[in-house]
Each structure stands twice: as structure tokens, then as C-alpha cells.
Design a protein around this ligand. Structure first.
Ligand code: MSP
Length: 690
């Protein structure tokens, strides 16, 4: 038995949980569950990053105290993850006393080593990144490429961490531990950054106060990244816990590629200075786009993962089941470590193919055959023929590759190999043809075939548990098995075909993954595609990053058998929704600049099926370029000369290289049958609506 400690980044609370942050958190949970199955003693940590200038400003902008603001927002993260079947062992908030105390202790230790020195700084600071930028990091006009906003000139007195002393030691560590940073390409990036020479790092500030006070000089608060990185260690309180999970454990930090440098350079240098052990591995994953588009808070199109899970829950039987389906798609469709697109249509397709027609079908046909041929009981296995032996070899091979993939943090591959087992078993049923043996009255053969299939399914219930915990329980219940309850020291994952107790009752139930037909898929897509899409906002509900509402699919039809009453979808259409929106104040409404525009030109956007690019006259010196998701409803020529309603003061939104929309049109209806909002009469372009 070994110990395994996995962490997610702690999330800034200026945002709400979205698909990007859910991704890392779900991977961490799945990896934790895999290690639990192996009998390891495991620990998973997630939490929220609550200090710094960005959050201080965000709170002020909302007229709240920072403490109140961060507390409300942190609660949303803590409440979100269990809805995605994530069970973390601890949730850290950097405003907790337990964290602040230990960070001050770390500071004192590093200071005691002579690695902190008072000095002055001056530079370009991106408050969004909470990081100084060099000019070569910036776009023309001193704009941060990540936040698309100009950086600020900041100067003042600060403590500096003597990072420059650690270049050689870091490089030596990378050489001695080539897996310290993964994937491999990322290790090379980090190495060349360090080889390029490290400068000392300013780790305190005096220009704001929302942070942990520097011990002995409370005029300074700690730099938010010094405070935040320490969370992984600060939560381990007491000698025994530190020994178990810091000194004597495999420690894996999962991070996005944008914050790799903090974790692979600064954090190990702080630890080296303090004389503490280093984590085992920092794994940098890629960025997700949604339906081909970049997601971010500033683009207001970040996607609510809980809405997706709930909508799939109506298909798959429960909210937990819906979370399983989302988990599966995120982990299977995107190679962990690379950028990837989360595409809803592809999700439905994969759900049908992998889960419905492969795994779900294997269970349904096996239990159907048992109901007919073995009286609904587990039969006793007889002598294996070449067919069973061949299947066994194939399963052992895929099984070992799946566990190797989990060990190497390749969940996409682990799932591919797991589903390969289900495919092999489906082919085996066809070849072994128990129905033919049954006709011949060959009882022993029928029993062997069906017990083999049940054994494969029992094994699959173990292998899928890290990703599909709710469905694993359901699968096992139908096999008459108890749900998996891992315990330290017990390895569940011995490869091969499992043996079920002969004579035990099977308990067939609802289909594990009822497939979605074309009409159901259309309704799901309609319900889940964010309302703000392609620059055309439908006039009704919007699904944005801040929405935690449940997207209600319109009339989902499920092809195999009748859904249970609890899974029957409602047929409320988003376009005719009668739900009462949250009231806004008069001032909030007045802040939206609605204007009449006239479309002067309109063209399709190459390679984007849904988008049109329009030049819209708002009575300004130049027509505005607006990118709108209208192409499924209109031919470009139909729109030229049309009067439209434009939200004229929306922040510009990027749709890819050089494609920036400077406004949004109002429309209503599904994307293939949109009606544009307009005004009657002779109204000049630019007229304000009130
Ligand atoms: N607070 C810091 C982390 C401190 S860790 C000691 C932070 N927070 S964050 O909320 O801005 O981002 C957290 C993580 O979310 C990062 O790893 C980032 O890469 C990830 N993601 C944000 N958007 C994402 C996608 N669209 N796709 C995948 N991950 C993304 O940085």
C-alpha cells in the first residue's frame, strides 16, 4: 500500500465553477478513486484562492467587503463539486486561520534562510493573472494576451524572494526527476525558462491590504501566489499528517498549462529554501474550448457543468448519472495534457456509442439471456473453450493497459482500454452464440458463456468506478453485487474475468444508458447550447458563467425502453419559458445601451457553420463589425438593409483569430429558426431604445 495525494489548483473566487475548473477537479477525483481502488491511502485537496488585488477590487466593484464576497463565492465552489460526484477529502480556503498561520510559518522559515530581502520594484502588472509581465509577454498597447486588458504600471517597496539562487538546484532536480513535470514537452518548456536565468521574485505588496500580513512588517501583505501555492502543504496540520502526506506520499499537483511556471519553478524553489520535500509531479493539462469556441469569464460564455450534468441526468436516470456522463465525456474525449474541444453533439454521439450501445447493451443482453436461460440466476462456470481463453487474454491485455494509463495520468487512454473490454465481450457473445447452444440443449455451455459475461461485467464495474461511480453502483446492483467500498490495503483491480457466486440472484433494472435518438439529441442541444452564442442573444433566458440554473431539455425522447417516471423529461421549451427571471434595478437596465442598427453588409464566416459577419450602421463614423450566430436561419443577402436591435456597449468578444464582434443582435427562437428583433417606422440608425 502506498500513499497518494492529489491536488487541484485553488480557484479564484471572482469566477464561478465552470467547465474548465470542473475538468481538473473531475480528473483529480477520478485519479483519487483509481488509487482508492488500488488500496492506496489517498487524499484529494481542492479549494479557493481568496486573497489579492483582483478579488479586493472585484468585491469593491460589487459594494461588498472582500471577506463577505469571497465567502459567498467560495461556498458556490464547495457546493458545486459534489454535484459532479467529486468527493474531496479537504476543501481549503486561503482565508482560513489554519492556512494563514502556516503560511506565516513558511515565510519565517524562508526569511530565516536569508532568502527574503526588502527592495523596490517597478513593472507591468496584470491584475487578472496576478503577475508581473515583461514587455515581451505583452501584446501591442501593453495588453495581457490572456486577459485582453492593458496591464498596470506598479511600483513600490517589496520583499524579494531570492529565486536567482535556485536556478542550478532546480535544473539538477529536473535532471534527477525527469517526470517532475509532465507531459514531457512541458518539462522542456520549464527547463528552458529556468536556463534562461531566474530573477528574484517580489513576494509582498503595500498598495493594498487584502492578503496575509507579512510577519514582523504588517505594512506588507504577501503576494497572492506565495500565499496560494503554500495551500497544498499548509492544510497538512501536525507532524503525523505532514509525514504521511508530505514526506511519505506520492504528491501530484494537477494544474492548467497557464499556471505551470508557478508550480514547477516558484513553488519548488520556496520548498527548497524552507528545506521541505518537493512534490512528485506537476501535471499541466491543456485548455478546453466549448463547441469550438474559447471560454472565459470576459467572453461571458463559460459553461455551467452542472446544467450539462442535470440535462444528461434526465436521460441517464438521475443527477448523479448525468454527472457520470459528463465525467466520461470530459475524460474520454480530451487527451489529458492537450488542449481539447468539448462539443455537445460529440458528447451525445459518444454517449450513445460507448455507453449506450457498447457497455449498456452488454449488460442488457447478458441479463436478458440470463432471464431466459438461467432463471435469472448466476450460472456455474464450466470448462473454458478456446473462445473464453481468447477473451480472457484480450481482457487481461486491455486491463493492464488501462491501469498503466491511470498510473501515467492518461484517463482518456484508460477509458479507451476499458471500453475495449466491453467491445471484446460484445463480440464474444456473437461468436459464442448462447442462443444456439440453448437450442441444442447444451446447458453446460450456456452456463459457461453467461457466467463469463457476468464476470466481465463485474470487472467492468470496477474499472469504470473512477469515472462513473454512480453507474458502477447501478451496474453492480443489477449483477446482484454490493457497491464498491474501497479500503486501504485491498486492491480491487486484479485483471481478468471475475467469478460471481453461482446461484446468486441477478436483478435486472432500467437500461444503464438509454440511448438518445435524433429528436432527443436535437432537444438536448437546444437546451444546452449557451443562449449567448455567436453574438445573437435569444431574447429569453441566458446561460452564462454565473448561471447555476438547470437547463431543461425540450421533449427528449429516449429510444429504449420507457423511462421511469422520475426520468421523464419535462417539455418546457427555453424559448417559451415562463420562469420568472431575477429582477434587475432600473439602473442596471439603463446601463444596457440598446440601439437601432441597419445591416449594411453580411457574409458567412469561413469554416464556422453558424456564424455571419455583419457590418451594422449605428450612426457612428464606421459601421460596427458584429459576428452573430444567424447562419442557420438566414442567407446573408436576406439581412442586408434589415433594421436590427443591437446591444451597443458590450465588451468586444473574440471568435477566433481576427474575428472580433463589437456588439450583439437581439433575436428569439431556436438557432435554425431565429426571428430578429426590430422596430417599426422610420427610425434613424443609432436611435436609442428605452
Ligand atoms: N488561483 C490560481 C491558482 C492557484 S493554485 C495555487 C488560478 N485560479 S483560476 O481560477 O484562475 O484558474 C484555475 C485553473 O483553472 C487553472 O489551472 C486554469 O488553467 C484552469 N482553467 C481555467 N479555464 C480553463 C479552460 N477553459 N480549460 C481548462 N482549464 C482552465 O489560476
Amino acid at each position: 500500500m502506498s500513499r497518494f495525494y492529489v491536488t487541484t489548483p485553488i480557484y479564484y473566487v471572482n469566477d464561478v465553477p465552470h467547465l474548465g475548473t470542473a475538468y481538473t477537479t473531475i480528473v483529480a477525483d477520478a485519479v483519487r478513486r483509481y488509487h482508492l481502488l488500488r488500496g492506496d491511502e489517498t487524499r484529494m485537496l481542492t479549494g479557493t484562492d481568496e486573497h489579492g488585488q483582483k478579488l479586493e477590487r472585484e468585491a469593491r466593484d460589487r459594494g461588498l467587503s472582500p471577506a463577505q464576497f469571497v465567502s459567498d463565492m467560495s461556498d458556490r465552489f464547495e457546493a458545486a463539486w459534489p454535484k459532479l460526484e467529486v468527493v474531496a477529502d479537504d476543501f481549503v480556503r486561503t482565508t482560513q486561520e489554519r492556512h494563514e498561520r502556516r503560511v506565516q510559518e513558511l515565510w519565517r522559515t524562508i526569511e530565516g534562510k536569508g532568502d527574503l530581502e526588502l527592495g523596490t520594484y517597478e513593472g507591468w502588472y496584470c491584475v487578472g493573472c496576478e503577475e508581473f509581465k515583461t514587455e515581451k509577454d505583452l501584446l501591442p498597447g501593453n495588453v495581457c494576451p490572456l486577459h485582453q486588458r492593458p496591464v498596470e504600471r506598479q511600483a513600490g517597496e517589496a520583499y524579494f524572494f531570492k529565486l536567482s539562487r535556485y536556478g542550478e538546484r532546480l535544473l539538477a532536480h529536473y535532471d534527477a526527476h525527469p517526470g517532475f513535470v509532465a507531459p514531457e514537452g512541458r518539462m522542456n518548456e520549464v527547463r528552458s525558462f529556468v536556463k534562461g536565468g531566474l530573477t528574484d521574485l517580489s513576494v509582498s505588496r503595500t498598495n493594498f491590504s487584502w492578503g496575509i500580513p507579512v510577519p514582523g512588517n504588517p505594512k506588507h501583505v504577501m503576494y497572492v501566489w506565495f500565499d496560494a501555492l503554500a495551500n497544498y502543504w499548509s492544510v497538512l496540520q501536525g507532524k503525523a499528517e505532514l509525514e504521511r502526506f508530505w514526506t511519505d506520499a506520492t504528491i501530484v499537483h494537477l494544474v492548467g498549462k497557464d499556471i505551470l511556471r508557478f508550480h514547477a519553478v516558484y513553488w519548488p524553489a520556496f520548498l527548497m529554501s524552507a528545506g521541505l520535500p518537493l512534490p512528485t509531479r506537476v501535471f499541466a493539462h491543456g485548455f478546453l474550448t466549448f463547441n469550438g469556441q474559447k471560454m472565459s469569464k470576459s467572453l461571458r460564455n463559460a459553461v455551467d457543468p452542472i446544467g450539462i450534468a442535470r440535462a444528461f441526468g434526465r436521460v441517464a436516470g438521475s443527477d448523479a448519472a448525468g454527472a457520470d456522463v459528463l465525467r466520461y465525456q470530459l475524460l474520454r474525449a480530451i487527451a489529458f495534457g492537450q488542449d481539447g474541444d468539448f462539443d455537445l453533439a460529440a458528447m451525445i454521439e459518444r454517449y450513445n456509442a460507448d455507453l449506450g450501445k457498447n457497455l449498456g447493451n452488454l449488460l442488457a443482453r447478458t441479463l436478458g439471456l440470463c432471464a431466459k436461460m438461467t432463471g435469472g440466476k448466476v450460472p456455474a462456470a464450466g470448462e473454458w473453450t478456446a473462445l473464453e481463453k481468447e477473451l480472457h487474454v484480450a481482457i487481461e491485455g486491455s486491463w493492464r493497459e488501462a491501469t498503466r494509463a491511470w498510473d501515467g495520468l492518461e484517463p482518456h487512454r484508460a477509458l479507451e482500454k476499458t471500453l475495449a473490454i466491453a467491445s471484446a465481450a460484445n463480440q464474444y457473445v456473437d461468436r459464442a452464440a448462447p442462443w444456439a447452444e440453448d437450442k441444442k440443449g447444451n446447458r453446460a455451455r450456456v452456463d459457461t458463456i453467461l457466467s463469463t459475461l457476468l464476470g466481465v461485467l463485474a470487472g467492468l464495474s470496477e474499472l469504470v468506478w473512477p469515472v462513473l461511480p454512480a453507474k458502477s453502483d447501478e451496474l453492480r446492483a443489477q449483477l446482484g453485487l454490493e457497491a464498491i467500498r474501497p479500503e486501504p490495503g485491498r486492491d480491487w483491480l486484479a485483471p481478468g474475468i471475475k467469478a460471481l457466486a453461482a446461484g446468486a440472484a441477478l436483478r435486472p433494472g432500467a437500461p444503464l444508458f438509454p440511448t438518445v435518438d435524433e429528436e432527443g439529441a436535437r432537444a438536448l442541444l437546444e437546451a444546452l447550447t449557451p443562449r449567448i452564442e455567436g453574438g445573437a442573444a435569444t431574447a429569453t433566458a441566458t446561460t452564462t458563467a454565473t448561471s447555476t440554473s438547470t437547463a431543461t431539455p425540450t421533449s427528449i425522447s429516449i429510444s429504449t425502453p420507457t423511462p421511469t417516471p422520475t426520468s421523464t423529461p419535462t417539455s418546457a421549451s427555453t424559448s417559451t419559458s415562463t420562469s420568472t427571471p431575477t429582477p434587475i434595478t432600473h439602473d442596471q437596465f439603463a446601463a444596457v445601451d440598446l440601439r437601432v442598427g441597419v445591416v449594411r453588409t453580411c457574409e458567412r464566416v469561413p469554416k464556422k457553420d453558424k456564424l455571419l459577419t455583419l457590418a451594422v450602421d449605428l450612426g457612428e463614423a464606421q459601421p460596427r463589425t458584429i459576428i452573430a450566430g444567424l447562419a442557420l436561419s438566414f442567407q446573408p443577402a436576406q439581412l442586408v438593409g434589415r433594421k436590427v436591435i443591437v446591444i451597443a456597449n458590450l465588451a468586444p468578444r473574440e471568435f477566433g483569430k481576427g474575428l472580433v464582434s463589437h456588439g450583439m443582435l437581439l433575436a428569439t427562437g431556436p438557432s435554425e429558426a431565429l426571428t430578429l428583433a426590430t422596430v417599426e417606422g422610420d427610425v434613424a440608425p443609432g436611435a436609442k431604445l428605452k
